[in-house]
Design a protein around this ligand. Structure first.
Ligand code: SAM
Length: 377
């Protein structure tokens, strides 16, 4: 197979936050590195199922496929979409969760727009008009009332930022701060119970405001302009347009044990990403959860037809599907489904130990899963 065209790649030496950077600064990069080292600079989010650790392996496999345009249909933390961008593709990302959308919009689709010191000052300024929704809803459940007030205040000031990529950066920084500050990075248990995970780690000692400022600084060096029109969507994968050379699919799988519910773990950051607009809080829930978002990939009854529909939808593209040995359906089933639409199906295997999203009591051997990439060309 032809090796993909690898365009001149940007390095990530960036001007760090300093006085005088104008708020509408577009950072253009002028030094070049290889795609994998660019991709490995992507920040780690504590996101269940993140493929960050597998990026070198994914890079190797993607390198055997020729492509100019690529879709990451279930982008999650956005790290794979960022790798595809670094490999020279024009990338479309998609995830039906708002916070995942904002991460991809801020860090992948964003052509290098970052916030200047004036923007940041504006965001941090006390706003008397700020609502108290987050403070009123989550006091005594997550964080301190002061920290929750800080989030309400940033949200009140967000309207002053006029650029959609910059707004996504702020939302990404808020979500990253909340994930880092929260014990184990999941919102399944409230303050009282969560306290037992407080082991003095720096992440738990810093305030949300400190995490936010640190995240804003860290994220500045991630988006870049390569002259290509990348885009980010927030919709059901089945509603996406279909025109890509390569389609990377990493859906949630029906787990053999535990569960794979993203809303259960991340409801707070999902709400935070849109100030809970359009979501109803389940008042009966101790941690003020929102309603689970339906996906056919999470249920035994619907998963197989959903994979069939997915492969049919993207039949014109080279399909690269991520699969873990702890998921349903079985590898053989997926291969035979893909064969319906693709004359050549290849399988690559790697080993990957998951670190996030697994329950405390999960034994180490259960957290060790075999990872596969199934390619249909
Ligand atoms: C396994 S994760 C993807 C992880 C990602 N590859 C990474 O490295 O971070 C699956 C993602 O699919 C999203 N998702 C689930 N069902 C979806 C659907 N029907 N349409 C769009 N996104 C969906 C979830 O919100 C979740 O972020």
């Amino acid at each position: 197979m032809e090796v993909p065209r690898q365009i001149v790649l940007p390095g990530l030496e960036r001007t760090h936050l300093r006085e005088g950077i104008e708020s509408d600064t577009v950072l253009r990069v002028d030094s070049y590195r290889d795609p994998l080292s660019v991709a490995l600079r992507y920040p780690q989010f504590r996101f269940m199922g993140s493929k960050h650790r597998l990026l070198p392996w994914l890079y190797e496999v993607f390198s055997s496929i020729p492509f100019h345009t690529a879709l990451d249909g279930f982008s999650g933390s956005g790290c794979v979409a960022y790798l595809l961008k670094a490999m020279g593709a024009t990338v479309t990302t998609n995830d039906y969760l708002h916070f995942a959308y904002h991460i991809a919009n801020a860090l992948v689709a964003n052509p290098g727009r970052v916030l200047g010191t004036t923007d940041l000052d504006q965001l941090l300024r006390e706003n008397e008009e700020a609502l108290h929704f987050i403070e009123d809803t989550f006091s005594g459940i997550f964080f301190t009332p002061e920290e929750l007030r800080f989030l309400d205040n940033v949200w009140a000031n967000l309207g002053l930022i006029d650029d959609e990529f910059k707004r996504s950066l702020v939302i990404t920084a808020m979500c990253r701060a909340a994930l880092k500050r929260q014990p184990r990075g999941v919102f399944t248990v409230a303050n009282g119970k969560a306290a037992r995970y407080h082991d003095g780690r720096r992440d738990l000692r810093l305030t949300l405001r400190e995490h936010f400022i640190e995240s804003m600084e860290l994220l500045r060096s991630v988006p870049y302009d390569d002259g290509r029109p990348h885009r980010a969507f927030c919709m059901d994968v089945f509603d996406l347009p279909v025109e890509y050379d390569l389609v990377y699919l990493d859906p949630p799988y029906v787990p053999r044990s535990d569960d794979n519910c993203y809303i259960k773990r991340y409801h707070f950051v999902e709400g935070l990403a849109c100030y809970w607009h359009g979501y109803e809080i389940l008042r009966s829930s101790k941690v003020r959860k929102i309603k689970k978002k339906y996906t056919p990939f999470s249920y035994r009854r619907t998963a197989i037809p959903a994979f069939d529909q997915l492969f049919r939808k993207f039949a014109e593209s080279v399909i690269v599907l991520s699969y873990s040995s702890n998921g349903y359906p079985d590898l053989e089933v997926l291969i035979s489904l893909l064969r319906r639409y693709k004359s050549r199906v290849e399988v690559f295997e790697a080993e990957h130990r998951y670190h996030y999203g697994t329950h405390d009591r999960v034994r180490p051997e259960r957290a060790l899963v075999r990872e596969f990439l199934i390619i249909g060309a």
